[in-house]
Design a binder for this molecule. Sequence first.
Ligand SMILES: Nc1nc2c(ncn2[C@@H]2O[C@H](COP(=O)(O)OP(=O)(O)OP(=O)(O)O)[C@@H](O)[C@H]2O)c(=O)[nH]1
Ligand SMILES: [Mg+2]
Length: 442
Amino acid sequence: MTTDQPTDSHAARRRRLLTATVTDVDVDRQLAFLIGVRFPQDDVEVRDRSLTELALLTDTAGSTPIDAELVRRDRPDPATYIGSGKARELAVFTKSQDVDVVIFDNEINPAQQRNLQKIFECDVVDREALILDIFAQHATSREGSLQVELALLQYHLPRLRGQGQSLSQQAGSGTAIATRGPGETKLETDRRRIRDRIARLKSELKEVGRHRETQRKARNSSDRPQISIVGYTNSGKSTLLNRLTDAGVLAEDRLFATLGSTVRQLDLPGGREALLSDTVGFIRDLPHHLIEAFRSTLTEITEADLVVHLVDASDPDPLGQIEAVEDVLKEIGAHERPQLLVFNKGDLIDASRVERLHQLYPEAELVSALSGDGVDALLERIGSELAGQLVSVTATVPYDRGDLIDLAHRVGEIISENHLPDGTEIKARIPAPLVRRFAAYT
Ligand SMILES: Nc1nc2c(ncn2[C@@H]2O[C@H](COP(=O)(O)OP(=O)(O)OP(=O)(O)O)[C@@H](O)[C@H]2O)c(=O)[nH]1
Ligand SMILES: [Mg+2]
């Protein structure tokens, strides 16, 4: 970028950012300038898309991204990430535009953040802080608020420690002796307060988690299989839940519209019942602190009988989104659950893209949660995926154990049923964990 004479690509990027994000100009919104850094091993398109996504995140967080810059570097500068010369050059521009906040797409450390704030003379944050901020603004449930606060404090704690190190370094060099005593003491107090609060939040969350576990167990006493919809943020998970179950949850063209999780009963073809849940969306480089804090919300996924991985087929980079979601699934320990890949927003893509996705992922389903196209086939497919997990059982169940016959009807497939003098002879395919309930009658 040149600060006085924007180049073509600069102007084009600005236009794209603005049309991608700013729906109406609001003078009260903070103005943000975005910076991404591309290293030699990075794919330029991927970094560019990541920067566009950062613009959407910025908009979601309530700031207006006025411009963005993709800086090339061989490696990060230890003091300022982008190099102090580049930082000063960009600062001329941001000051001339009254920018309130500079947002980095890449992760910057606490020392770099402080140095950059001095140069830009405004707030400097990174993608992680931005995502945490969005969660903090939008968390509504008690559990969600506790989780977000925990993530925020864990993010800030090492940043406080960073200040402490610089204070003691100054003290060691003999330049800031006067500040050492009170500085260290205040820092110690702040740190202790934060640690105490973190401990309290963790124990409160444990309590909430126990409650959630009890609810989950109660729901599950009926042994209905559990299906979790997962996917990149804005891929249409809530729309699909609504389409399949009349759940009536909020679905919006916005990143992170959903921050909690919702469970609804799903009626599968053939009369089987299952539980379907929708939860918080994932994103590239989802902050580790958030994953940690939201672990209990995400447990549902790690215990699902089937994970429906929903992908926005109309996204410029669906494969990148799939990878990002796989990364999070791995991190929460859910990548080995049975998974069904489903492309959504089929109404928005042309035949050649359908063909290409089909070649790349022949086993995947394609639907439009919005129009309902492909949804019946998806239900059939979910039914057969779950049925693949069924095992055959033949038993003669006494008439006073009608509950077992009901169970087989609800969660399994009935092959035959004969009423004999000493009970009902049933041949069925049922989920493996339930076979032992029939053991006495086989
Ligand atoms: N054209 C089209 N739009 C869709 C489809 N499914 C969802 N959408 C739209 O995509 C946007 C996001 O949908 P949501 O259901 O909120 O997505 P989500 O995955 O729950 O998103 P988060 O909760 O924010 O992570 C909404 O504007 C939906 O109307 C579809 O099949 N076709
Ligand atoms: Mg949602």
